[in-house]
Design a protein around this ligand. Structure first.
Ligand code: GLU
Length: 367
């Protein structure tokens, strides 16, 4: 099987096994499944809730009313404990984990978007498992994603995952609420999310955790539009990842609506360029014919002021528009890098974000 990049999302109700405490046993099972998939060559990222539950457990279930700050406090107490447990469990398999806390801003803001992406990719390249949660402590209402289902879909598109697996306390999406209707059937595959699908999610909603089935469906839609196939499956199924990866049909599968490349291209093309990067004929030819990344040596001029991560227009020697791209360097740095060989970047700037001024994955050709 071809190695896949997989984001696994696990909610509080799975981690607590439906109780008031985090279940080490459940978490060990999850860790072993992730390690198993990793040993098969897959790249694994975990999005895990459970911080608030861990905090509540540690503080002996205080009554904090509905105050946001109370929840943030629980999360602050619980997040480190959550990570401590994961660290210990993954240590059993000699796998290193890393905590990554994100908010919507980290994904919406271009500079941070690139930073988050680079960090996650660097971690998985080293076989370190990133464990992601929303940064509840600093995330105010405006910048929150709000639930980890949507967060996991954003992460999956951010890292261009092949697969998003949302593990929940329901076996998947049903034709009716399975707790109320005995004849409710599990839907194995959804090829297109439409009104009927949304209506089903409304009925099958669960009160546990932040998100019910609605947020899972939102996540599936977001991911599939971003080119990521999504599976919503029961987190209590034994050896769930192993079986899914073996091709067993479990849960509800939402096929990607587009390829990841197309999705990114569409996104890049709708962006208003913040500046212009002029390149020489040699670089233009390389970009057009061999799908190469743009290197500093081919850059002859920079117009405008922009940040790292901004969309820029790339033009050729005759001013012809060649591509849109996400720049790895801000305009000031780029001006200093005109015509410079890649191995001198660190020396000139005192840091480097890599050889590519615009990575080929972040380029959309116009001509
Ligand atoms: N970030 C929250 C936590 O770790 C959970 C959010 C969610 O369940 O979607 O407790």
């Amino acid at each position: 099987m071809q190695p896949l990049r997989i984001v696994v999302k696990v909610g509080t109700s799975i981690l607590t096994n439906g109780t008031m405490r985090l279940s080490r046993q459940r978490m060990l099972e999850l860790a072993s499944q992730i390690v198993f998939a990793q040993q098969q060559g897959h790249e694994m990222i975990l999005v895990s809730s459970g911080a608030v539950a861990a905090g509540r457990e540690r503080l002996n279930y205080p009554d904090l009313g509905r105050a946001v700050s109370g929840k943030q406090m629980l999360s602050a107490v619980g997040q480190s404990r959550l990570m401590q447990i994961y660290t210990e469990l993954f240590d059993i398999f000699e796998v290193v984990v890393a905590q990554v806390l994100l908010t919507r801003e980290d994904i919406g803001n271009r500079t941070r978007y690139l930073n988050a992406r680079d960090t996650l990719l660097t971690l998985i390249e080293r076989k370190i498992v990133p464990i992601i949660n929303e940064n509840d402590t600093t995330a105010t209402h405006e910048i929150r994603v709000g639930d980890n289902d949507n967060l996991s879909a954003l992460v999956a598109t951010l890292v261009e995952a092949d697969l998003l697996v949302i593990l929940t306390d329901q076996p998947g999406l049903f034709t009716a609420d399975p707790r109320r209707f005995a004849n409710a059937q599990l839907i194995a595959q959804v090829s297109h999310i439409d009104e009927t699908t949304w209506a089903l999610a409304g009925e099958a909603g669960t009160a546990l955790g932040t998100g019910g089935m609605i947020t899972k469906l939102q996540a599936a839609q977001l991911a599939s539009r971003g080119g990521v196939t999504t599976i919503i499956a029961g987190g209590r199924e034994p050896r769930i990842l192993e079986r899914l990866l073996a091709g067993e049909q479990i849960g509800t599968r939402f096929e990607a609506q587009t390829t990841r490349l197309e999705s990114r291209k569409r996104w890049l093309l709708t962006e208003q360029p913040r500046g212009v990067v002029r390149i020489d004929a040699g670089a233009a030819r390389k970009l057009q014919t061999s799908g190469a990344s743009l290197l500093a040596v081919g850059v002859v001029g920079v117009e405008g002021r922009f940040e790292r991560g901004a969309t820029v227009l790339v033009t050729g020697p005759d001013g012809k528009e060649i591509a849109h791209g996400l720049t790895s360097y801000d305009s000031e740095a780029l001006r200093r890098l005109c015509g410079v060989r890649s191995d001198r970047i660190a020396e000139i700037l005192g840091y480097t974000y890599g050889d590519a001024v615009i990575h080929r994955n972040n380029l959309v050709m116009l001509a």
